[in-house]
Design a protein around this ligand. Structure first.
Ligand code: HEM
Length: 429
């Protein structure tokens, strides 16, 4: 609906904000950076009440409110540190390489880029939960990813279509499917939790930096506030929506874009040749690679994998600059995808142009949202993307086989491709 409106009237982009009514509930949609940054500063905006809908399956940082959110964010802080990432990628990148090499000669096609990047992302997610040996878990990986997708997409759909909660009830086909996936996935995570507990008992002096270790430690000291059920649900949230989902998807979209641009690849490779020590990849800080960073930011701009952020006003808000009153209880939709494609903020928004971030160093995007409920995984995500792309372009050149605009995006809570994304990897001599 919003897309159609924007196609007809770009002034909405210029205005940046609109208030409509859905039944009797005021809904405010934001599509400009200026209006988004005003909203992000308002402390009385939190996640809306209907996020609770996912509670039977996942409950975690993303769908809790107020004090509970602050408590968990502080608790999990050590696991969100980006300096853990390079070590993790060095260990787990072999997953992507193994997948690539299985099909490899000097030149080979990788028919399902999404599966490949998700497998890598799954390995990184498991590592961040505390499991370094992905090989052990590779079995059933596809089934597990499918289950995670089922849980993520069906339990978060009511976030933007609240009435679809009905589809989660057991007699419906989707309800039964989601329960089956939840059981499969829950058994897997319960097994991991048991293994982590044993590992912690055997190495009691080890400092906890993984998500599961931190959750379990809290369960030991504060079992009423952090029950085992909460530990399991938070792990599910971190695994599905935040870790596995977004990172794998973003990597896929960036590779798809760059695979169409040999000129961009030339510049990435030149920067790597001049700045990267191939022998010691795991100790390096790739955030100094300015062009690569601009490529990632442009990929994130064009493909905001979490396309919508929701808030609810716990008090009335007066927006004097727009002469607008947002009543208490209003739902605010931060349309991150359209904020990133707003032609008044980004010239030729459809063009993949990393230079826009080099020319304007203060240019920001809305991809990780903003304010006190923005993505806490931003540094982990950026460091992961840098590590993945460095390793790919040190060895390969890419060629995307699907025309640029042919891959349609499906807007769910995450931005999925509607078809397979095919790609050729060419080993560099
Ligand atoms: C490129 C990858 C990623 C993108 C594009 C992304 C984007 C987002 C967005 C748009 C939100 C919603 C924020 C809001 O409601 O305002 C979010 C929330 C969240 N993200 Fe990420 N994310 C990414 C990776 C990660 C990773 C790797 C982690 C974990 C290590 C993570 C953890 C979370 C959590 C826990 C929340 C919920 C925060 C809250 O509700 O306050 N994200 N992310």
């Amino acid at each position: 609906m919003i897309e159609e409106y924007l196609k007809q009237d770009t002034q909405f982009y210029h205005h940046g904000i609109i208030k409509v009514y859905l039944l009797f509930i005021p809904v405010v949609v934001v599509v400009s950076q200026e209006m988004a940054s005003i909203m992000f500063k308002i402390s009385t905006l939190d996640k809306p009440f209907f996020f609770e809908a996912a509670h039977p399956f996942i409950k975690g940082l993303g769908n809790i409110n107020g004090d509970e959110f602050r408590y968990r964010k502080k608790l999990l802080g050590p696991a969100f540190r980006s300096n853990l990432v390079q070590e993790r990628i060095s260990r787990q990148f072999k997953v992507l390489e193994e997948d690539m090499l299985q099909k490899s000669q000097d030149t080979f096609q990788f028919e399902d880029m999404l599966l490949a990047t998700k497998r890598l992302s799954e390995a990184l997610t498991l590592d961040s939960l505390g499991f370094t040996e992905y090989k052990e878990f590779k079995q059933e990986s596809v089934e597990r990813m499918y289950s995670a997708y089922q849980i993520e997409s069906f339990t978060t759909k009511p976030w933007y279509l609240p009435w679809t909660f009905i589809n989660l009830l057991p007699p419906t086909k989707d309800g039964l499917k989601t329960r089956k996936a939840d059981k499969f996935f829950g058994d897997f995570l319960t097994d991991l939790l048991t293994k982590t507990k044993i590992m912690m008992e055997n190495n009691s002096s080890q400092v906890s930096t993984s998500f599961m270790q931190l959750l379990l430690k809290e369960h030991d000291t504060n079992p009423k506030q952090m029950t085992m059920n909460e530990v399991l649900k938070e792990s599910k949230f971190l695994y599905t929506v935040s870790g596995l989902g977004s990172l794998g998807l973003v990597s896929m979209w960036i590779l798809h874009e760059v695979g169409h641009r040999q000129d961009v690849q030339e510049r990435i490779i030149k920067e790597l040749q001049e700045n990267v020590d191939i022998e010691h990849l795991e100790n390096q800080d790739f955030s100094q690679l300015k062009y690569l960073k601009a490529v990632i930011r442009e990929g994130l701009r064009k493909h905001a994998t979490g396309p919508l952020a929701f808030r609810q006003a716990s008090q009335e808000i007066k927006l004097e600059e727009k002469q607008m009153i947002i009543p208490k209880g209003s739902i605010i939709i931060l349309d991150l995808n359209n904020i990133n494609m707003n032609p008044f903020d980004f010239k030729d928004p459809e063009v993949f142009n990393p230079d826009r971030f080099l020319e304007n160093k203060t240019q920001t995007t809305a991809t990780f949202s903003g304010g006190h409920r923005s993505c806490p995984g931003i540094n982990v995500a950026m460091a992961s993307l840098q590590g993945i792309l460095v390793r790919i372009f040190l060895k390969y050149r890419l060629k995307s086989l699907n025309p640029l605009s042919s891959i349609q995006e499906q807007r769910n809570v995450l931005l999925y491709p509607l078809e397979k994304c095919e790609m050729q990897f060419i080993l560099r001599k």
